[in-house]
Design a protein. Structure first.
Length: 181
């Protein structure tokens, strides 16, 4: 029985020392991705407040993957939040959380006297990263994909949005057709 206790103690010590290891990030990529876009709504100058009904385009699912399960997902997300500077752990989507599960309501927008074919788009900021942790017995490799925040964009078909943001350009192409420069 003594040997089993020693083995359990060594395994626990190894796991805890690995869990406390510092993560080294080899890449961290942040970008906004389109998640919802409304159908085109024909608006007159006199319409005032217009209601848009965004439709799901893509569902981002947060996940942490490692080559060894001794690294807790919470540790990875805490280290990522620290790396991102200015973001708290609570703002990052936990593993398994889906952007499609965010509360959504029809968007009521003041048309501000604009007329034409208008669209509303929404997106989330996605972070994809890979990392290494030095543990007893060798390095552990992993990756994380998570999301946080959300942003909206108002678009008018036939009017180039003049942005370099790919998620806004994608929303325009999906609803209004090709961008004309």
């Amino acid at each position: 029985m003594r040997k089993a206790t020693e083995v359990e103690t060594k395994a626990t010590a190894s796991a805890s020392s690995c869990a406390g290891g510092a993560l080294r990030w080899s890449s961290v990529h942040r970008e906004w991705r389109l998640t919802e876009v409304s159908p085109v709504v024909n608006v007159r100058r006199s319409d005032g407040w217009v209601t848009f009904h965004p439709v799901l385009v893509r569902n981002m699912v947060s996940q942490v993957s490692t080559s060894d399960d001794r690294i807790p997902a919470h540790q990875v997300l805490a280290a990522l939040a620290k790396r991102l500077k200015g973001w708290d752990l609570e703002e990052l989507a936990a593993p398994g959380k889906k952007s499609a599960d965010r509360l959504r309501y029809p968007l009521k927008v003041d048309s501000l006297g604009r007329a034409g074919r208008l669209v509303e788009a929404e997106g989330v900021q996605v972070v994809d990263a890979s990392f290494t942790v030095t543990c007893p017995g060798g390095d552990v490799y992993g990756s994380v994909s998570t999301w946080f925040g959300h942003a909206g964009a108002s678009l008018a078909c036939g009017v180039n949005p003049h942005t370099e943001e790919p998620w806004i350009q994608e929303a325009y192409r999906l609803t209004c057709g090709p961008l004309r420069h």
